[in-house]
Design a protein around this ligand. Structure first.
Ligand code: R2B
Ligand code: URA
Length: 301
């Protein structure tokens, strides 16, 4: 089996070296029965996002934008169909994969995705989370490119308990990548794209200061004071994966970025009330920005 340090990024796990085969259980791939370098060796960009449908839409959109040929009568297929926990679509050099909701689901996927890239001998890969979030002081539909991912103590760390001990891993995103993605917005867009800090919570309701969960222990004033405090600290959106995403990318030395559309302005309310049509339009916005970035990187613009 290959060594743990290779291919521009590294897998800081000496045990991988000793394994005869590696079963990437949740993405239904394995080193013995799949030729991973042949299947995935040309991957340069990985886009991840919460929902399988959104990732399918992104894959279809990128297929068109990147002029990736698909044989007549065929459509993009979900590589994990039937067996995997996550939906995965490959569009030329781009892999689009769903990660579910929250850090635990994302972290399982990233372990297996990073090992996949390693086993496939991919080089110079960039990974982008293309997602949704709640905005603070922004019009719904605004796209936020994360400049720093923070935990709910507003610290740039991902906290994990390993062998019963608390560990803090720095959440580091690539600043140059964030700025390059921000630079792909256009004054002609019918929405704004901004750079801002992103707070990552482990819950959609109480941890995100919502009054509308099944349980709530704080007042409206306490909620508003807290959200204003977040705004003053530079936080422009809240979601549920950024801090682990940033820390895990940093540990394997892969450039990562987080690009999320805001579905609601939390200074004005808690409920996500946009119609299905508006929601679909909002969700396409970060996809358009990221699509432009990938086109530019591939020399298509
Ligand atoms: C954004 O949206 C989801 C919760 O609705 C969660 O995955 C996130 O980060
Ligand atoms: N996702 C979140 O985590 N929070 C929101 O408010 C909206 C989407």
């Amino acid at each position: 089996m290959a060594s743990g340090r290779n291919h521009g990024f590294h897998i800081p796990n000496p045990h991988i070296r000793e394994m005869e085969q590696d079963v990437l259980y949740h993405i239904a791939l394995e080193t013995k029965s799949h030729d991973l370098p042949a299947m995935f060796g040309n991957v340069k960009f990985v886009c991840v996002g919460g929902s399988p449908n959104r990732m399918k839409h992104l894959a279809d959109y990128l297929q068109e934008q990147l002029h990736v040929e698909i044989p007549a009568g065929m459509t993009l297929c979900n590589l994990g169909k039937g067996k995997a926990r996550y939906a995965m679509y490959k569009v030329g050099p781009v892999l689009c994969v769903s990660h579910g909701m929250g850090v635990p689901s994302l972290s399982i996927l990233l372990h297996e995705l990073f090992k996949l890239l390693f086993h496939a001998k991919c080089k110079d890969v960039t990974i982008i989370r293309v997602g949704t979030s709640g905005g603070i002081g922004l019009d719904p539909g605004t796209v936020v490119v994360t400049e720093e991912a923070l935990n709910t103590f507003l610290e740039p760390y991902y906290t994990q308990v390993i062998l019963g001990k608390e560990t803090k891993k720095p959440s580091v995103l690539d600043r140059g990548l964030a700025e390059a993605i921000l630079g792909c917005s256009s004054p002609k867009d019918n929405f704004k794209t901004v750079l801002g800090k992103t707070m990552c919570a482990n819950d959609f309701y109480e941890e995100q200061a919502r009054l509308d969960g099944a349980v709530c222990t704080f007042t409206e004033k306490e909620k508003m004071d807290y959200l204003h405090e977040l705004y003053a600290a530079g936080v422009r959106n809240i979601e549920m994966e950024a801090v682990a995403f940033a820390a895990m990318c940093h540990r394997v030395n892969i450039k990562g970025a987080v690009v999320c559309v805001t579905l609601v302005n939390r200074l004005k309310g808690d409920q996500v009330t946009a119609t299905n049509e508006i929601m679909r339009e909002y969700q396409r916005r970060p996809q358009r920005i990221v699509g432009r970035y990938i086109r530019q990187q591939l020399g298509l613009d």
